[in-house]
Each structure stands twice: as C-alpha cells, then as structure tokens.
Write a protein that binds this ligand. Structure first.
Ligand code: SAM
Length: 426
C-alpha cells in the first residue's frame, strides 16, 4: 500500500533542440505520447505557443498530470510528471528525453501527499465514481493547442487542431501551414499569422480592388511579396489587366500555399502572371522608371526579409517605377498593433509622394492582433481613391465575382480615419 497519494518527478531537460522547444504541435504530441506510453488515460491537453517563442502546456490524465514550460533560447524545458496509482512516470521521462533530444538532464523524484500527515474525510465516494465513469471516454480527449501572436502587451490566440501540414525552415523564415478550428488552414511565417482560409478575403479584396477601381484601367501591375497568391488572384479578376509581375522572396511560401491553401493560391497558372522568386527590394532597385500603373507591397511585418520593405530607399524606388499617374498600396501594419511601424511608414510615404498623397485605408482582419489593420497608399498624379465615379461598375464586379468584403461603401468607408489615427499620422 503506497504511503503517498502521488509521485512527483521534477525534470530539467537541457541542451535540447531549440526548434523542438518552440514547436507547440510537436511538444503537445510528444507530451500526450509520453502519458500514453506509460499507460495513462488522457483527459485533455492544453498547450500555448507564445511568440516570439516558448511553449507552456499541460496534459490532464486520469492519473494526475504532465506539464511543461520551454525556453527555446536556452534549449531548456522544465517538466513536471505528477502521477498517482501504479503508473511508472519514468517511462514518460525516457520517452520525452529522446523526443526533445536532451543532451543533459536532471530529475528529482518526491512523494506527494504522505497519508501519515493527512486525515481522511468521510464523504460518499460512490456518487463521485459513478459520475466519473459516465463522463470519461478514453478514446477521445479534448485538445487545446493554442497559437498565440503577441507583442509585449497584447495577443491574439487561435485554437488549432495540432495538425501541422507543412513546416520548413527556409533561408528567410519558418514557413508553416497549420489548421485552426475557427479559421481553417492558416499560413504562419516565423510564428506570425499571415493568412487563413476563412478570413483571407478581407485582406486580399481590400489590398486590390479600391486601387483597381480608382485607376479604372490599370494594365501593368507589380506585386512585391504576396506569396500566398491571394493578391494576384484578386488583381487578375480585372479585365483591364495585361500583365502582373509578382516578386516573392521565398519559394517555400508559394509551394506550401499551392499545396495546402489552393483556394488562395488559385491564380498561379494564369498566363498574365510572371512569377519571380527573388528579393523585391533588389528588384525595385533595378526596375525601369515609369513602368507600372500600380505597385502593391503585400509584405510581412517589418522583421527578417521584410524589414527593407519599410525603408525610404525602397519606396523611393517604387515612386520612380510608377507611371506619371500611378498608385502604390502597401501592407501598412496596424494603428493599434506596432503603431511605430504604422506611423513611420506613413511619414515615409508623405515624404516621397507628398503630404496629401499618403493615405490610410483601414479594414478588419479577425486573425491579426487587434483585428484593425491598414493599407497605406502613395498617390502619383491626380488620382483620388476617396472619390468613386463608377458605382454601378463596382456593383456588377462584386456580384459577378461573388466578393464577400469589398463594395463601394466599404471602399469609401475605409478611408474615413478615426481622430486618433489622424493624430498619429499628422
Ligand atoms: N498578409 C500578410 C501580412 O499582412 O503580414 C502578408 C502575406 S504575404 C504571405 C507576405 C510575403 O512577403 C511572404 O510570403 C514573404 O516571404 C514575402 N516577403 C517578405 N520580404 C520580402 C522581400 N524582401 N521581397 C519579396 N517578398 C518578401
């Protein structure tokens, strides 16, 4: 008869593979596997991935719990194996040591709840046992694996199925296709949500159609980034288009979206599209002046390969590559999430295109932190996206293409900037 209610092994796994330490799906899978390997009955698992890195999670088992907190930057994991009954948690320990590739470790085992120190209360156990038996289905356990995109003070978390369809560390970034319960499959770059099946149209319709209906007859369009393919899909809906040149730095993004997000990556075989896998910054440096009616910068956040997509030099090259009457539309960050990048980009565009020629269009994307996002415009020549002259044509286009976000009212409404945004870009 055991003299303690529980057995607790406190484990320090060290010199582990930092990538594994930052992989919430792999860690959830291995922690559940460690419990099952030791014959435990899993009740549920809840795991959180924190950006920029680190994972915390717990697997609740009939025999108590297994918990973990990781510091990928140290290749370190603190693991708790708390069990009761006959379960041998050292089996879980050995399993995890191999899964995490721990080159060194320490473990401290202690008995918890020494019965000699406890007084048993007399309460009716039968009713409790009955309810537990009815409730638990060992075949099925709820998985709560959360993907969290956050800055220091705010976060957006999406519960995902734990399934990882694509996971490649490319020369530029980590490219993953995951599946979330609410928004379907999603593309994550370096742990930031880029696009999801269920809300991508918010972004892709608003990055393309306001500009196309302002220009009315755009023929030659340049897209920088946009590796998921959603932006070129929308642009190529317009009959006026003669050629779209898309310059995406990372072939892994294109491949992953072609395979796992085909509804977004739907236009890559269009004959009007020239797809170039290259650095957009270098491409603009060598671009011929006066070439494009529209330049769209569908880039990721100002880190890694996309940092240069927020520079004065890059936007000066964009200005020169535009025709006398042309427009630039850039992924503009959020006035409520990395405000600094948002404000500085507008200042840069004001400096290059002119104070009244750097406009902000606001729209909503539920899977971006705060949900409030922007496109920033640079206008060359007398074009004004705040005025619409062809409402009927827009409505026909919206109906014909079954658009779900963009219409003439949303077009105009997106340029109505709240006072706090006006003061941010004043
Ligand atoms: N909607 C997303 C957002 O708001 O963050 C952007 C989506 S799109 C996938 C961003 C693309 O820009 C990525 O595929 C990334 O590889 C690409 N990119 C980043 N830096 C680049 C560069 N210097 N030249 C070309 N493409 C770049």
């Amino acid at each position: 008869m055991s003299t303690a209610l529980g057995n607790h092994i406190l484990v320090e796994f060290m010199n582990c593979d930092p990538h594994i330490m930052n992989d919430v799906a792999a860690i959830e899978r291995d922690m559940v596997g460690a419990a099952q390997k030791a014959g435990a009955t899993v009740i549920n698992s809840t795991f959180h991935h924190f950006s920029p890195y680190g994972v915390s999670g717990v697997v609740v088992i009939q025999e108590s719990h297994l918990a973990i907190h990781t510091w990928p930057e140290y290749g370190y994991a603190a693991v708790d194996l708390f069990t009761c009954g006959e379960m041998d948690a050292w089996i879980s320990f050995d399993f995890l040591k191999d899964c995490f590739g721990a080159k060194s470790y320490s473990a401290l085992e202690m008995k918890r709840g020494s019965v000699n120190l406890l007084t048993r209360n007399n309460f009716d156990i039968s009713t409790m046992r009955q309810k537990a038996a009815e409730w638990r289905n060992p075949e099925f356990y709820t998985r709560n694996v959360w993907f969290t995109d956050k800055d220091d003070d705010q976060a957006l978390s999406l519960r995902f199925t734990g399934e990882v369809f694509y996971d490649v560390q490319s020369p530029f970034q980590r490219v993953r296709i995951l599946e979330s319960y609410k928004y379907g499959k999603m593309l994550a770059l370096d742990d930031m949500v880029m696009t999801t099946e269920k809300d991508e149209f918010h972004y892709h319709e608003m990055i393309s159609h306001p500009a196309m209906f302002t220009l009315e007859n755009a023929k030659n369009i340049l897209v920088i980034g946009g590796g998921d393919g959603g932006t070129v899909r929308e642009i190529l809906r317009h009959e006026s288009v003669v050629k779209v040149t898309m310059v995406e730095i990372d072939g892994a993004v294109i491949d992953s979206c072609k395979e796992f997000l085909p509804t977004i990556a739907a236009a890559f075989d269009n004959p009007k599209l020239e797809l170039i896998v290259d650095d957009g910054i270098a491409f603009l440096k060598n671009a011929k002046a006066n070439s494009y009616d529209l330049i769209i910068v569908d880039g990721s956040d100002p880190v890694g390969p996309a940092e240069g997509l927020f520079s004065v030099e890059f936007y000066t090259n964009c200005y020169n590559a535009l025709k006398e009457k042309g427009m630039l539309v850039a992924q503009g960050e959020s006035p409520k999430f990395n405000e600094k990048a948002f404000t500085e980009l507008n200042k840069t565009l004001q400096g290059i295109f002119g104070k009244d020629k750097a406009l902000v269009s606001l729209f909503f994307v539920p899977t971006y932190p705060t949900g409030m996002w922007s496109f920033q415009y640079g206008i060359k020549g007398d074009l004004n996206p705040k005025k619409i002259s062809n409402v009927e044509k827009i409505q026909e286009f919206v109906d014909a293409n079954g658009l779900r976000y963009y219409n003439d009212e949303v077009h105009l409404g997106s340029f109505a900037t709240p006072n706090f945004v006006k003061s941010l870009i004043k």
